[in-house]
Design a protein around this ligand. Structure first.
Ligand code: UT7
Length: 332
């Protein structure tokens, strides 16, 4: 049995936050943000929580898969901004909102690499004949864990969700070709929310020192990201004897257009094969890749049978890449 990428869906909250809005909040400029990151806008969820964003993306993905909700065998969510810190998992809340009962539902924690981890887990479950149809969701309300007084981070992130259905197939031509995931905890402090976990439980100190919000060593992270991802994408292509020319779309995690460009250029991709959406949405962590896939699908650039190269890098540190044939039906 093989696993195929059957459908995609995404949801972005309504409220737009521009670089000019941020100029009024912290000591920054539109010019700095655009030049260093490529970001122009991001969207912020107000009343909606992570599972609401996930629900909307999931409903679209399930509808496009042609399956009924009842056909979904498992729900897995990647998020660093769950509805609740410890329990219940956001996946359980999503399942409830979808009206799906008596199915396994759980969250994974792999930060911005979450979607590549999800594809890997879903592929393994299907190839081991455990399940036939798995809903995977990357969903983030990062605005809830951003320190809005820290210009080093608050200009970078946005909210959103992306979902996909991964289904069993007997046709090898439809299969997800390969994935690779990895990590190195030595760099755990590069991207960290130090407070409210077991190390620094919720306390007045955690609140006073903004410890429940994201902290990032941006420049250090940038350097490791470029080096690691450049090697990772080359390795997965080489291992599978696939040339960069055979890839239809390179769809990386959207943290910074300079990282995307450096990795894309190392593979000598034509500019039109490199997918960039960071200017529209900012960094939406685990949601960024499925949101970008959805943009390509809805604009008609991603067609059934196209080969996508995905890559991501994030807190942990974690990273990964995937060679995925898109097996969704043409958009109507
Ligand atoms: O998604 C998970 C993985 N995350 C990433 O991969 C993110 C990787 N890192 C990055 O994308 C970049 O490192 C940043 C966009 C975060 C920062 O860009 P940079 O070119 O590495 O800048 P920097 O951190 O070296 O800072 C350069 C200067 C500093 O000022 P001084 O010390 O040179 O005077 C910062 O204080 O820019 C300053 N700065 C800002 N200035 C205006 C930092 N943030 C801002 C800001 N507006 N928002």
């Amino acid at each position: 049995m093989f696993a195929s990428f059957k459908s995609i869906g995404a949801y972005v909250p309504k409220e737009k936050l521009t670089n000019f809005d941020l100029e009024k909040m912290v000591d920054t400029t539109d010019e700095w943000i655009k030049k260093r990151t490529g970001i122009e806008n991001r969207y912020i969820a107000k009343e909606e929580v992570t599972s609401d964003l996930a629900l909307k993306a999931s409903e679209i993905a399930i509808k496009r898969s042609g399956l009924a909700k009842d056909d979904i065998d498992a729900i897995i969510c990647a998020t660093i901004s769950p509805d609740y810190l410890c329990m219940p998992s956001t996946a359980c809340v999503i399942a409830d909102k979808l009206g799906i009962k008596n199915r396994p539902a759980f969250d994974i924690s792999a930060a911005c690499t979450g979607f590549i981890y999800l594809v890997t887990i879903a592929k393994s479950f299907i190839e081991s004949n455990l399940y036939k149809n798995i809903l995977i969701v990357g969903a983030e309300k990062l605005s809830s864990i951003v320190d809005w007084s820290d210009r080093n981070t608050c200009v970078l992130f946005g909210d959103g969700a992306g979902a996909a259905v991964i289904s069993a197939t007997e046709d090898k031509n439809e299969a997800i070709i390969d994935t690779h995931i990895s990590s190195d905890g030595e760099y755990q402090d590069f991207l960290i929310t130090p407070g409210s976990g077991s190390k620094n439980p919720c306390s007045q100190k955690v609140i006073d020192e903004n410890m429940a919000f994201m902290k990032m060593k941006g420049n250090e992270t940038f350097k490791v990201a470029v080096k690691t991802l450049t090697k990772d994408v080359k390795d997965i292509l080489k291992k599978n004897k696939i040339s960069a020319n055979e890839v239809d779309l390179f769809i990386p995690h959207q943290a910074n257009y300079r990282i995307i460009k450096a990795v894309g250029d190392s593979l000598k991709f034509d500019k039109d094969k490199i997918v960039i959406t960071v200017h529209k949405y900012g960094n939406t962590s685990s949601a960024s890749i499925p949101m970008a896939i959805n943009d390509m699908y809805e604009s008609g650039r991603l067609k059934k049978g196209d080969l996508m190269l995905l890559d991501a890098f994030g807190g942990g540190l974690t990273w990964g890449s995937a060679l995925v044939k898109f097996n969704g039906e043409e958009i109507k």
